[in-house]
Structures are given as C-alpha cells and as structure tokens.
Design a binder for this molecule. Structure first.
Ligand code: 9MR
Length: 576
C-alpha cells in the first residue's frame, strides 16, 4: 500500500499567522541546501535556501526544512516551491485559527447523548432524534441495571457525550475531556492574550443553551458533568460516593448505527478509584467556574466532588478490569496516584481547604519532573492537569511554592522546544516508534498546551511560537501530507471511525463535522484494518483515513478537547 502523499513540499495546509513561525518540510534525495521560493500566482515574494536535516526518525524520509518566518504579509493562495515541487496552497492571516476554536468545541454538542440534535443549529445533516432515552428500540440510559453481580440498584445515567465512535460513556475519559473544556474557559481568567474571554462567552457556540447568560463552553461542559454526577454510587449502597467506571452496551454495536437505533442492553460496570477521582477533579473545577452563574449547581458539583474524593480515599486501589472490554473500551489504569494528585489539586483550588493542600504536597507528583513526560499527558496520566492548574489558577499557595510550580512548567516547555527543534516536521514529540501510539495526536496537542501555558505564564514568545508551530504537523506538515482535522486543509480526514458519521459506509449519513480530529498515526497498528494495510510502516505513516481503522482514525472526546484547548489558545494569538 502506497498512500498518495501529494507534493513533496509539506506545509500547514490552512495557513500561518503573520508574525508567527512559518516552517515547511521538503522530502528530497538532495543532501545540499536547495533553493526555495514563496510565490503567489506568478509573483515570487521571498526566496532562500533549505536546511538539510538528514533522515527523519519518525518517517524514515530524507528531508530538508524551510523557514520563511520573515515573510509577514497577510494574503491567500500562497505556495512554496522547492526541488521542482509546489506545496498545497495556504494563507497567511491573523484569522487562520479564528474559526477552529468554535469548530473544535461544536463537536461536543453533536456527540451528545440523551438529547435531539437540532439541525437548525448545526446543519440538517447532523440532526437526529435523542439517543438512549429508553424509547424503543433503545434500552437505556434512564434506568440502567448493573452487570450481573455488580450492584443491586439501577441508575438514571442519561446524557453526557458518546465517548468516541462507539456508543459507550466512560467516566475516566469524560472527566479529562470536561476538564479541558473547563480549562479552556478558566485560562481566559488569567492569560493576557485571552482578552476578557469574550470569544468563549454566551452565544459563541450553536447550542440549545445559547442566550442563557452562561458562557457556552461551560454549558457544553455541564452536559457531561451532569452525566458524571449521575454515575456516582448512591448513598447507603456499598462503595457509596465512588463512580461507576463506565456504562455501555452488552456487546459492541454495529457500524454504522445511529444512537436511537441501538437495541442492546446498556449496563453499569463496577466502580473504580480512577473514575471516582476523575469525577472529583472535574466536578471540583466545574464548581468554582459555575459559582458566578449557577450557585446551586456549583454547590451540587462541589458536594459530589468532595464525596467522591472521600470515597476514593476509602477505596484507594479499586482498579477497572483490563479484560472488561466486551462492548466497550476498558480504560483500565493500575496507577491512580496521578488521579489522586489531580483531584486533590482541584479540590484545593476550589475550596482552599488545608486537608486537600496537605494531600497535594504529600504527593510524589507535586515535586516530580515526570508529570510532563516526553509523550504528553492523557486519560491515564493526569498529574499534569493538576500541576498546570496549581501553576495558573489563583490560590493561597505560598508565593515561593507557586513560583516553583511555574518554573516546572517552563522547564517542561523548554524540553518540548528541544524535542521540537530535533523534529524536521516541527512537532513537540519524540520521533521514536513508541511515541506514536493510539491517540497520539492528542499527546502532541497536550504538549502544545504545556508550551502555551508556559507562554501565558512568562510572556516568552519562544513558547508561543512552539505551540503555534506544533499545529503545522496536525494540519498537514507531516509525512502523509495530511490534515487530521475534518474541514481544515486541502486533504483532511473525513472518514473517521464513528457509528454516527458513517458516510463512508452509508451515503445517507454525514461525514464528521468540521473540527473533528482523528486519533492519528499509531505505530501499534491496533486494529485489523490498519494491520493488514500498513504492516511495516514507519511511525508517521501508520495512519489511514478509513472508517474501519479505529486505532488510527477514530474521533474521541478527549482528543477533541485537546484540540479545543489548543485552538482556543491559537485563536487568541492572531496578532502573533
Ligand atoms: O484512547 C484509548 C487508548 O488510549 C487506548 O489505548 C485504547 C485501547 O484500550 O482505547 C482508546 O479509547 C477508546 C475506548 O476504549 C472506547 N471508545 C473509543 C476510544 C478511542 O479509540
């Protein structure tokens, strides 16, 4: 299988910010510098010499890089030519990322469970009846039994978002995705470049809640928060206050299948410490952000967070079964020390209470440099979320302690800049095979979020430029010459694995909406379709835009939340 990778000059297919970094990569056999030209139509606007970079580890290609940052004039239809090849066209504009923020956030409404999706808001092709409200043939989610032997009660677990291309709902992953939407909003309270956060205010998204006086991004996060709260074990039951790890169908549903057509039994799976702590962290953060808009809801969320945290401390090692993967993913994680740290941090930031601070400072994650690992944080490694919030959200932490945490964020960002400088495709992630695993695009984005936070904290433009340059990889400057965000770039993912957006299998169904990010190159080849097609691939080539490749090409809430956070940062850098 040889993918069509188009012109050998690789650019960000969408564009570059006028005062931001502008880099491209050329695949070539040449070992000496090559002349390049930036053109628009027949006019040559800039020229120079490429920098030979040798063989790129992640792609196996001999490559050169081109730096045309000095050209800053806004316009459309630019191309870059080198070695007889001309790139896809791109823009230079302060508005390049303006729409990406709302596109990436809008994905969540279309993923909602338990509510009809209004075509008047998001386009008739995405309109559908409410899924999983017990209207036949659905059996769930308003009165969900446990798996046999797990509990003696039923829960109303309606709502929330479908996790990804499946119909499952998972507390661990829902928690981190919610936290990133809340975090995108919370950033506007402290980051100078975010202005007053008007871009994330009320009526900035196409949601049924628009115009209710609450910022839309909070309304969207609340849709999942309410679900997370419903997953809590009721008082009086064994393990009260913990959260059920997940709920999904007894067996995997077919592809494609609209949520309202799912006939299978839905079941609650056992509670886990990890899920309980993710609920605690996300609900604690939600409580402080909702306080000005809906005090009763904020209080309810805080009570749930406190109850969950106490239940986790009483049940500190209840792990999800790594073999519980029939009908849904496992999201199993046998190290919850990072979730404990994150939850304690959020509870401390919301309440200022000493016991939470004591747990924060007693955690090994509070001083470890490892919270910002080379391959980024994610659903199973959440300590970075706690550290980033402790460094940015105002609190009663002693100034010296705050400074130490801030310095640790800058040190992590320095390491990502060093990694990025070593990557000829400009991404802040190492080039070895092990870095390209399931959902790697979200790890690249989360490293960019650390760079972005370092910029917010320091004002040092090197960090901002690192975050901006990382987006080039996502939007087409890569070995496949492929943009991983639907609707963004000349050649972009559009056949992501999804039971809802099944256009590739059924032409009457839509493709994913603009702003949906694919999981990305995964050298693990963890699905049969990718395995038979891509065996032996170099890491950056281990991707195919086919609906059956769930391990390289799925949509997922925790990947779109990473995109949404970063897109919101980038949209604020228009002047950069
Ligand atoms: O994102 C998850 C990835 O880190 C795991 O390696 C993988 C296998 O366990 O599962 C991924 O999550 C999937 C979940 O289990 C079920 N819904 C779809 C998710 C994205 O592929």
């Amino acid at each position: 299988y040889v993918p069509d990778t188009g012109p050998r000059v690789r650019v960000n297919q969408v564009g570059y910010l006028p005062a931001g970094p502008k880099n491209a990569t050329v695949v070539t056999a040449a070992t000496d510098p090559l002349p390049w030209e930036l053109t628009k139509g027949t006019t040559v606007l800039a020229s120079g010499q490429s920098t030979p970079r040798g063989v790129d580890q992640a792609s196996g290609q001999n490559v050169h890089t081109i730096d045309f940052s000095a050209y800053r004039t806004a316009g459309t239809g630019y191309t870059l030519t080198a070695d007889g090849e001309t790139s896809h066209p791109f823009d230079i504009s302060a508005d390049v990322y303006k729409q990406l923020r709302s596109d990436a956030l809008q994905f969540f409404y279309i993923q909602r469970s338990g509510i009809a999706i209004d075509g008047a808001l998001v386009g008739e092709q995405y309109a559908r009846p409410a899924g999983h409200l017990d209207v036949a043939p659905n059996r769930g989610d308003t009165d969900v039994p446990c798996q046999p032997g797990v509990c003696g009660y039923r829960l109303d677990a309606r709502g929330g978002w479908y996790d990804a291309g499946d119909h499952g709902k998972y507390v661990v992953n829902g928690g981190i995705a919610t936290a990133q939407l809340l975090g995108a909003f919370e950033r506007t309270k402290t980051a100078a470049s975010a202005g007053a956060g008007a871009a994330l205010g009320d009526s900035t998204l196409r949601l049924p809640e628009r115009g209710n006086g609450t910022p839309d991004v909070l309304d969207e996060a609340r849709w999942e928060l309410e679900f997370l709260l419903r997953m809590q074990v009721p008082a009086g039951q064994p393990r009260a206050g913990m959260a059920h790890h997940k709920m999904h169908d007894a067996a995997w549903t077919g592809l494609p299948l609209q949520p309202e057509d799912d006939p299978q039994q839905r079941e609650l799976h056992p509670p886990s410490t990890a899920a309980t702590l993710n609920l605690a962290a996300a609900a604690a953060q939600g409580a402080r952000l909702f306080a000005p808009y809906d005090a009763p809801f904020a209080a309810k969320a805080l009570t749930a967070a406190k109850t969950a945290y106490a239940a986790a401390k009483a049940n500190p090692a209840v792990y999800a079964d790594p073999n519980d993967g029939t009908g849904g993913g496992t999201y199993s994680d046998n190290d919850v020390s990072d979730e404990f740290y994150w939850a304690a941090a959020e509870l401390y930031l919301t309440t200022g209470e000493a016991p939470y601070l004591a747990d924060v400072t007693a955690s090994a994650h509070h001083t470890s440099a490892d919270v910002f690992g080379p391959v980024g944080f994610g659903w199973g490694s959440t300590a970075a979320l706690g550290r980033l919030d402790l460094a940015t959200v105002p609190s009663g932490l002693p100034a010296a302690e705050r400074q130490r945490l801030r310095t640790s964020v800058l040190a992590a960002a320095d390491a990502y800049l060093t990694t990025q400088a070593g990557q000829a495709y400009g991404l802040p992630m190492p080039g070895h095979r092990g870095a390209y695993f399931w959902g790697a695009n979200s790890n690249v984005l989360n490293n960019m979020a650390v760079l972005a936070t370092a910029y917010d904290l320091s004002g040092d433009a090197r960090y901002r430029d690192g975050a901006i340059q990382g987006m080039d990889y996502i939007l087409g400057r890569n070995a496949l010459n492929h943009s991983y965000v639907t609707g963004w770039g000349e050649k972009a993912s559009k056949n992501q694995h999804s039971r809802i957006f099944g256009n590739q299998l059924d032409a009457s169904l839509p493709n994913p909406p603009a702003g949906s990010i694919a999981g990305g190159a995964n050298a693990g080849l963890d699905d049969p379709y990718a395995k038979q097609l891509l065996e032996g691939c170099q890491p950056m080539f281990c991707y195919v835009d086919h609906i059956e490749s769930y391990a390289t090409n799925e949509v997922a809430v925790n990947w779109n939340s990473a995109l949404a956070w970063v897109a919101s940062f980038l949209a604020d850098q228009g002047a950069a």
